[in-house]
Design a protein around this ligand. Structure first.
Ligand code: C2E
Ligand code: CA
Ligand code: CA
Ligand code: CA
Length: 277
């Protein structure tokens, strides 16, 4: 996902990951990255399949390192989880998302912001408080907040997760199960989860146009969601055929490179103007 629009930055060297000393130094640098503004959010539109409107954006974190260049989240989020720095990363991402949402709101754009949270955030009971204080800080926003949580987060400690999710739900947060279909979810647990939405992982969507097994899987996942009364989002939509398939199959929203790659805020609003005209 870091091809193309990031060509200007040096490519992150995967060998860095092999050496724990370098990983450690990367982790200590993450602290300064937070304070020195090396992190940024990119925004990828979510489109309503019924009428094509853009309902909001997923906020995806990027680290532009002064030496290593572009470091994708898959490379540093797991490290941040291991060291506990994830709490600060999540706080930063939530604050930045709501600040940007407010700025767009003042410019007449009401967008729902979807922020990824780590499994660890869900067992950290500070998350509902953190969100509550951001809601009072950015009270003018009407677009709403979605939190994307992976299945594993919910299934690792279901009781704990349910308590946190219940609090967030009561505050009006939309809860979405991310990477749906890739984990080991228990259907019995899923039924009890206070979530609104299932997000079908791109693994089932990327080849939807040509792969009949993926078509069966997506139909099955959409059927399951329908029976549970949940909304659905498909990520990884890369072509018109897949988009049409999802619409016809009753999926609610779509997200993917076919509409747009994740973009920096200014480019996102340019894209939106173009899209709406
Ligand atoms: P995810 O939540 O499953 O996010 C979707 C990933 O799919 C993103 O990769 C996105 O750029 C990519 N994607 C979207 N549409 C397409 C498409 O049409 N084709 C293809 N091939 N890919 C597509 P990204 O931005 O590299 O993020 C990777 C993962 O890093 C995310 O997976 C999420 O788990 C994690 N992540 C990103 N930002 C944050 C954050 O702020 N906090 C936490 N905890 N995790 C984050
Ligand atoms: Ca996500
Ligand atoms: Ca995914
Ligand atoms: Ca993920």
């Amino acid at each position: 996902s870091c091809k193309g629009h990031h060509r200007a930055f040096a490519v992150y060297r995967p060998e860095l990951n092999k050496y724990s000393v370098q990983r450690l130094s990367l982790m200590s640098e993450l602290r300064s990255a937070l304070s020195e503004g090396q992190l940024s959010l990119y925004y990828q539109p979510k489109v309503l399949l019924a009428d094509g409107r853009v309902s909001g954006a997923e906020c995806l974190i990027r680290w532009i390192h002064p030496v290593h260049g572009f470091i994708p989240p898959d490379q540093f989020i797991p490290l941040a989880e291991q060291t506990g720095a994830i709490r600060d990363v999540t706080r930063w991402a939530l604050t930045e998302a709501m600040r940007q949402q407010q700025q767009w709101s003042e410019a007449g754009l009401e967008l729902n912001m979807a922020v990824n949270i780590s499994p660890l955030d869900l067992v950290d009971m500070q998350l509902p408080e953190m969100v509550a204080s951001l809601f009072s800080e950015f009270s003018a926003n009407k677009g709403g907040l979605t939190l994307e949580v992976t299945e594993s987060a919910v299934m690792s400690d279901p009781d704990m997760a349910i308590r946190a999710l219940d609090k967030l739900k009561a505050m009006g947060v939309i809860l979405s199960i991310d990477d749906f279909g890739t984990g080991y979810s228990s259907m019995a647990q899923l039924k009890k989860m206070p979530v609104h939405e299932l997000k079908i992982d791109k693994a089932f969507v990327l080849d939807l146009a040509t792969n009949s097994e993926d078509q069966v899987m997506v139909n099955t996942l959409l059927g399951l969601a329908r029976h549970l009364g949940l909304k659905t989002v498909a990520e990884g939509v890369e072509d018109a055929t897949s988009l049409a398939f999802l619409k016809q199959a009753g999926c609610h929203k779509a997200q993917g490179f076919y509409m747009s790659k994740p973009l920096p805020a200014a480019q996102f609003s340019d894209w939106l103007k173009q899209y709406q005209s």
